[in-house]
Design a protein around this ligand. Structure first.
Ligand code: PHE
Length: 350
């Protein structure tokens, strides 16, 4: 019967004087702990009282419980408030403080687009491979059936790494003259690398940087392409057209307008070029309404032969997309140079 008449007001005083949330928690436990809390025990003891005593005691206890709970809640609120000095001294962390948001970067729009390309072609069953940006003259030209007099080799176009012949250490002599090095002028040499290391049938794409001596609003000395290659027993021009159209519709615009023209590339026969309608202001584009975005065609038998693939048994197509061109059309970007200037006002839009 003793606990029932505990000195509850002294607890109210202790609660009010509490300096930290920890101390408050201890008092709360002392009172309301499930096993030995004073109030918990007192409430239990009610059962052993006779009816009259129980009624008054119960009323007193419930009143005490209510007052104590309320003062604990009020104290806790006070201790947690950001303006509370005690909080700063004891708990140290102000959980209500607003910190400036950290800025997060993101991929540049070109690698972003390349990921989309890999995804779209991946769904059509295409593998991905990359090749070196410094290639031999042999890989960049000869193996692709590009004769020495082809304009793509012109000094206006190609960055030759050096006129000196590279030295073959193992053989202790200079490498033969067709091993002169160039910054690759297209991603087509990766076709050769792929065909030399894989057995048909296959389909694959090869994204990467390419280099040409060119600079204006729609040409840059370094730009990106992705090459594609699909070889099988009976792969034909209709298959190629359907892959081109699917890719352009998926990557740029489901309503894209394009046109196929014949075009000459020594490593395909027949060869085609695909133009897309330029959606920006006509005056913004040097080339008027159409921009060439793809070169493509059926792989030339000489190229297959160069890679030890029998053209009587295997055939297929190859294509090369200009990545910046595609993005320019997709987002109506008038000047190619914005891609490389590193201006955040431009880059943050993508
Ligand atoms: N390599 C060609 C270019 O850079 C594009 C191309 C690739 C054309 C594959 C036909 C087949 O212009």
């Amino acid at each position: 019967m003793t606990t029932v008449s505990h000195d509850w007001p002294s607890y109210i005083k202790r609660i009010a004087e509490c300096a930290s949330a920890d101390a408050l928690g201890l008092i709360e436990h002392e009172l309301f702990g499930r096993k030995a809390g004073l109030l918990t025990l007192a409430l239990k003891e009610l059962g052993s009282l006779d009816a009259d005593a129980r009624r008054t005691a119960a009323m007193d206890l419930n009143q005490a419980k209510k007052t104590l709970t309320e003062s604990i809640d009020a104290k806790r609120k006070e201790l947690m408030s950001p303006s509370n000095d005690a909080l700063k001294e004891t708990d140290g962390i102000d959980i209500t403080m607003q910190l400036p948001k950290k800025e997060r970067g993101h991929l540049h729009l070109i690698p972003q687009f390349i990921r989309e390309v890999e995804e779209v072609f991946g769904r059509m069953g295409f593998d991905t491979m990359s090749g070196p940006e410094i290639e031999s003259e042999d890989m960049n030209f000869n193996m692709l059936n590009i004769p020495a007099e082809h304009p793509a080799r012109d000094a206006q176009d190609t960055f030759w790494i050096s006129n000196q012949q590279p030295f073959d250490k193992a053989q202790d002599r200079p490498v033969t003259s067709n091993q002169k090095l160039v910054l690759r002028t297209h991603t087509s040499p990766v076709q050769i690398r792929y065909m030399q290391s894989h057995k048909p049938p296959f389909r694959a794409i090869f994204p990467g940087k390419v280099y040409r001596k060119d600079a204006d609003a729609t040409h840059s000395p370094m730009f990106h392409q992705f090459e594609g290659l699909m070889i099988g027993k009976d792969i034909n021009l209709a298959n190629m057209k359907s892959v081109m159209i699917t890719a352009i519709r998926e990557l740029i615009d489901p309503n894209a307008e394009f046109r196929f023209r014949t075009g000459y590339f020594p490593f395909v026969e027949p060869g085609l070029e695909v133009d897309m309608r330029w959606q920006g202001e006509e005056s913004e584009s040097r080339e008027g309404k159409w921009l060439e975005v793809v070169g493509c065609g059926l792989v030339h038998p000489n190229v297959l032969r160069n890679c030890n693939i029998d053209p009587e048994e295997w055939q297929g197509f190859a294509f090369g997309f200009g990545i910046e061109r595609m993005i320019m059309i997709k987002h109506r970007i008038p000047d190619l140079r914005s891609f490389y200037e590193g201006d955040l006002r431009f880059l943050k839009q993508f």
